[in-house]
Design a protein around this ligand. Structure first.
Ligand code: MN
Length: 484
């Protein structure tokens, strides 16, 4: 991979000035990482380039691509965030900072994952680009997993399957999600993966290809009779992990699931989508209950397409997706998310956190991804901040919260015995006003009997206020409490 290849991918999105900045970032990163090798033996800069290339593919903006090139500089080289800020400005150094912090979030058990997933998305959605960069970074790490020791492979695969793949799904970057899932599947369940891969890729491959060709031939001939319809037909690969999941969920045998053939027709405009649908239903009999019009009624995440399943040649169930080029791009790379439909736990609408509703509302009313991000920053995350524990857990607090609020959010005992606060690796006062994304550590004094009642003057969270009140009463200093 070269920087020229990355730049070539960005032409649609980037101005000349942008391109120059990308080149500068490359030179900076290349110099910073020079001499460093990946476990694969490649020069480290290859990882930075691959991350940036992934971003360019997703049509990310110039700042994201620059941050993608620089993302491992502060962690792994002699250069600091300050150096990046000096050369590339505040926006980019903030992005790199966000990615560095996100690196500290780890998968820690199935019970907690959903919650930390939610919080992570919330925290990062203040600049959604951070997640997108992180996901691109993670994908390249997964692609080079073979060079790591088996134990590490399993841990990274598990973490990616539980955290990063769902996030890619939430962001609507389906292509990336599937790629990640298949790699994780391979490392976590090698036997099952190999068995499925053999069946799908080897045993039935020729049969499948022949069948798809046949369907394509018939449809092409018919579409060509209609003048003025531009179209392309592609066969869709079923992803191994999704086959595996379906087999598990529906308890159906392999053949029944993977013998469904899948094609996608991409055309110029909406009226042609419906024309093509009509022609397909004219050639083959539609399977009842399988037609979905997500063009006139898009999914809440913005997904648009026509779906139908027909009894194709030899009566075999054949799925079609029909959509315009724009819809196709959005579905593959877009931020248009597949929120609760895809993510277990959000399936029940009543369980949906309010922020999802808010985000969905914003998304529906947004012109494009940039507009959406701007609005998200302004509307959804205004009065809350998100701070990190050293272990990478995320805590949601009211604006202007202090280390004491954080301490009580972690645990009442930590709050009651808090004695020293360390914010972003620097000593800080206990009434310090925390900011979004701060990393907070609390040292406790074990001998301490209870909280300092003066804390009540500066804490912001309900929990901290209540606990301070309760515990001050217990140790008999009630009379000193200010009236609130
Ligand atoms: Mn990296």
């Amino acid at each position: 991979m070269t920087i020229e290849e990355v730049i070539k991918k960005t032409v649609e999105n980037c101005s000349d000035a942008d391109t120059n900045l990308i080149k500068l970032a490359y030179d900076f990163a290349e110099e910073a990482h020079r001499g460093q090798k990946r476990k694969s033996g490649e020069n480290y800069i290859q990882h930075s380039l691959q991350t940036a290339y992934g971003l360019a593919q997703m049509k990310a903006d110039c700042a994201s691509i620059v941050a993608g090139l620089l993302h491992d500089v502060p962690e792994d080289t002699k250069y600091t965030l300050k150096d990046i800020e000096k050369d590339f400005g505040k926006e980019i150094s903030q992005l790199v900072k966000g990615i560095t912090k996100l690196g500290k979030i780890k998968y820690r058990g199935i019970e907690r994952y959903r919650e930390s997933l939610k919080k992570m998305i919330l925290a990062m959605a203040q600049d959604i680009r951070v997640i997108i960069i992180k996901v691109s970074d993670r994908l390249h790490n997964l692609k080079t997993l073979e060079f790591l020791p088996p134990e590490k492979q399993k841990r990274i695969a598990q973490e990616s399957l539980e955290i990063y793949a769902p996030i890619a799904g939430l962001l609507g970057i389906e292509r990336l999600k599937w790629q990640m899932e298949d790699i994780c599947f391979k490392y976590l369940y090698p036997e099952k993966y190999n068995k499925l891969e053999y069946k799908y890729e080897v045993e039935k491959k020729v049969e499948r290809q022949r069948y798809i060709q046949r369907v394509k031939g018939i449809l092409k001939k018919r579409l060509k009779e209609e003048k003025n319809i531009n179209f392309s037909i592609e066969s869709r690969m079923k992803h191994l992990y999704s086959i595996y999941r379906k087999m598990q969920l529906k308890d159906r045998p392999f053949n029944e699931i993977y013998d469904v053939f899948a094609l996608r027709v991409v055309t110029d405009n909406i009226s042609d989508c419906y024309k093509i649908l009509g022609l397909i239903h004219d050639i083959w009999k539609p399977k009842p209950g399988h037609f979905k019009d997500y063009i006139s009624v898009p999914k809440p995440n913005g997904y648009r397409s026509l779906h139908t399943t027909v009894f194709g040649p030899d009566g075999k169930a054949t799925e079609f997706q029909i959509r315009t080029k724009k819809m196709d791009d959005e579905a593959k790379f877009g931020i248009a998310a597949h929120w609760h439909y895809k993510t277990k736990g959000f399936e029940n609408k009543k369980e949906q956190p309010k922020w999802i509703q808010e985000i969905l509302e914003l998304q529906r009313g947004s012109k494009d991804a940039n507009d959406f991000i701007k609005k998200i920053k302004l509307d959804v995350f205004q009065n809350r901040i998100f701070v990190f524990s050293p272990k990478g857990d995320v805590f949601e607090l009211p604006e202007k919260s202090t280390p004491i609020d954080f301490a009580y959010a972690v645990h009442t005992d930590i709050g009651n015995k808090a004695s020293i606060a360390i914010v972003n690796e620097k000593m800080s006062t206990l009434d310090h006003k925390l900011k979004n994304g701060d990393l907070v550590e609390i040292r406790i004094d074990k001998n301490r009997k209870g909280p300092n009642h003066n804390w009540i003057k500066f804490v912001r969270s309900k929990k901290a206020r209540e606990k301070i009140k309760q515990n001050s009463q217990k140790i008999g200093i009630r009379k000193f409490l200010p009236k609130i």
